[in-house]
Unconditional design. Structure first.
Length: 463
C-alpha cells in the first residue's frame, strides 16, 4: 500500500510539472527518480514518452530503454527523430542493442544499423554473426582485461582509465599475448594486495567460462551453479571474446520460462506479447498442435470402434469411460509437468532415467490403487444405496473399475515421465511433451486397457 501511495504521488508530481512546461523542473524531477520509476512513467503515460526521453541524459535514457518491454521500445523508436534514435542506439550496450534489434524485421534492422557509429556497427554485426539463442548474442565486449605480468598498480590504473566504459569491474580478466583467457580475478584481490605484486602471483587458474556457441540456457545454469555476476565468453580456441552479465541471463530465463509454459499448454511459443501479435499469426501458432491432437484423438475413436461389440453388450461400461480415461490423462500430465520442471532446473539428467522410471512405477501404482479403491467404493455404494442399478454383476463391474484405474494411472505416470526424457535424448525440446499431448496418448491406450480388463472380468457374464 505504501509503495502504491508513493507511486501515486510521483505520478501527480510528474503530471503537474509536464503541464507547467517547465523543462528544467522536468529534468530535475526525472534525475531524482529511479530508472524503474521512469520506465513506469513511460508505460503509464505514453503520450509523454518523448518529453521523458528528451529530458533524460543519454545514459539514463539508454538504461531506461533497456528495461521497457519490446512493444514500448518499438513505439519509442518509431516516433523519435533520426538523430535521437542514433544517439540512443549508440548509447545502448552491445548486448542490449542486439537483443532489441533481434525483435525487429530485417528491413528495419538494416536501416537502424546504418545509424550506428563505425565501432558500434562493427560490434553489433559481429554479435549477429552468432547463432540465434547462443551465448555469443548475449555477450558484451565492454570489460577490463590485464596481462599476467602486469603489476597490481598497473591494473588499478587500467581500471581507472577504462572502467567507466566497462559493463562491470567486479571481475578482471587475465589474458596472454595471444588473447587466450588465463584467469578471472575478483577486484577485491587487487584491492587487498600490495601495488608492486604481479598479477601472476595472485592467479589460481580456477576459471569458469562459457563458449560463444553454447545455448543461452547453459549460461543460465552456469550462473545458477556458480553465483557469479559475470562470466567470460571464449571462442573454441579459448580466445576471450566478451562477457555475459547476470542481468542478461535473467531476461533469458524469463523468456525460456514463458516459452516452456506455452508449449506445455499445447501451443507454439509466441514471440510477441499476446495483445500485440496479429490474429492470423496467433491462429497459426495454435492450429498446428490442435490438428496433431485432433488426429491423435481419432485413434481413441478407432479404439472404441474396435470394442463396439463389447460396448453394445454391456452399455454400463460406457458410463465409466470418461472417469477412467481422464484419470490416466491427469496422472500423465502431472508426471510430465514435474519432469519438465525438474529438467529445466537441472535437478535431473538423462542418466537418471532408471531412477525416475522406478519412482513413477511405484507412484503410479500407489495412485492407481487409491483411485481404483475410490472407484470400487463408488459403484458399490451407488448400488447399495439404490442411486443406480448396475445389475447383479455390480461387484465384477466394481472390480473392473478398480483394476482398470490401476493400469491406466500406472501407464499414464510412466508415459508422462518418460516422454520428456525420450525427447531430450533425441535433442528435441522436452516442453513439447505437453499436458494435452500426453493426455491424448494416454486416452488411446487407456481405452485399450479399460476394455481389456472389462473383457477379462466380465467374459461369460455380461460379455
Amino acid at each position: 500500500m505504501a509503495l502504491e501511495f508513493e507511486n501515486t504521488i510521483m505520478q501527480e508530481q510528474f503530471l503537474e510539472i509536464v503541464k507547467s512546461e517547465d523543462k528544467e523542473a522536468l529534468k530535475e524531477f526525472l534525475d531524482d527518480q529511479n530508472i524503474s520509476d521512469v520506465a513506469h512513467l513511460i508505460d503509464e503515460y505514453p503520450e509523454y514518452e518523448h518529453e521523458i526521453i528528451d529530458h533524460l541524459s543519454i545514459h539514463r535514457a539508454a538504461s531506461t530503454f533497456k528495461i521497457l518491454d519490446l512493444p514500448t521500445q518499438k513505439r519509442v523508436m518509431r516516433d523519435l527523430p533520426p538523430e535521437k534514435i542514433a544517439e540512443l542506439l549508440n548509447a545502448l550496450s552491445p548486448d542490449d542493442r542486439t537483443d532489441f534489434l533481434e525483435g525487429l524485421p530485417s528491413s528495419i534492422v538494416r536501416e537502424l544499423i546504418k545509424l550506428l557509429n563505425p565501432e558500434e556497427r562493427k560490434i553489433t554485426l559481429s554479435l549477429f554473426g552468432y547463432p540465434e539463442n547462443s551465448v555469443g548474442r548475449l555477450m558484451t565486449p565492454d570489460y577490463i582485461y590485464v596481462f599476467e605480468n602486469n603489476t597490481i598498480a598497473e591494473v588499478m590504473e587500467n581500471i581507472r582509465k577504462n572502467g567507466k566504459n566497462s559493463e562491470t569491474i567486479d571481475v578482471i580478466y587475465v589474458i596472454n599475448d595471444k588473447g587466450e583467457l588465463l584467469d578471472d580475478i575478483r577486484i577485491r584481490e587487487f584491492l587487498l594486495n600490495p601495488p608492486d605484486k604481479k598479477v601472476s602471483e595472485i592467479m589460481d587458474r580456477r576459471i569458469i567460462s562459457l563458449n560463444a556457441y553454447q545455448d543461452q540456457e547453459e549460461a543460465y545454469k552456469a550462473f545458477k551453479m556458480n553465483n557469479r555476476v559475470a562470466l567470460p565468453v571464449v571462442s573454441n580456441s579459448n580466445k576471450l571474446l566478451g562477457i555475459v552479465t547476470v542481468d542478461d541471463v535473467l531476461w533469458v530465463a524469463t523468456e525460456e520460462f514463458s516459452e516452456d509454459i506455452q508449449k506445455i499448454g499445447g501451443a507454439e511459443a509466441l514471440d510477441e506479447p499476446y495483445l500485440e501479435i496479429g490474429f492470423v499469426k496467433l491462429i497459426k501458432k495454435r492450429v498446428g498442435w490442435l490438428i496433431i491432437l485432433f488426429f491423435s484423438e481419432m485413434l481413441t475413436t478407432t479404439a472404441m470402434q474396435y470394442f463396439n461389440v463389447e460396448l453394445g453388450k454391456a452399455l454400463v461400461l460406457g458410463i465409466f469411460i470418461p472417469l477412467t480415461i481422464s484419470a490416466g490423462g491427469n496422472s500423465g500430465s502431472q508426471a510430465s509437468t514435474l519432469i519438465i520442471r525438474a529438467m529445466a532446473l537441472g535437478e535431473i539428467t538423462l542418466r537418471d532415467w532408471w531412477r525416475i522410471l522406478r519412482r513413477e512405477i511405484l507412484s503410479g501404482l500407489t495412485l492407481g490403487i487409491i483411485l481404483g479403491c475410490v472407484g470400487f467404493l463408488r459403484v458399490g455404494l451407488w448400488q447399495v444405496l439404490h442411486f443406480y442399478d448396475y445389475g447383479k454383476y455390480y461387484l465384477r463391474i466394481s472390480a473392473t473399475i478398480l483394476f482398470s484405474l490401476i493400469g491406466i494411472v500406472l501407464w499414464g505416470s510412466v508415459m508422462g515421465s518418460m516422454l520428456p526424457i525420450i525427447l531430450k535424448r533425441c535433442k528435441l525440446d522436452p516442453a513439447t511433451s505437453s499436458a494435452p499431448f500426453v493426455a491424448t496418448l494416454v486416452d488411446v491406450t487407456g481405452i485399450v486397457i479399460y476394455f481389456s480388463v472389462a473383457y477379462f472380468m466380465l467374459k461369460g457374464y455380461l460379455l
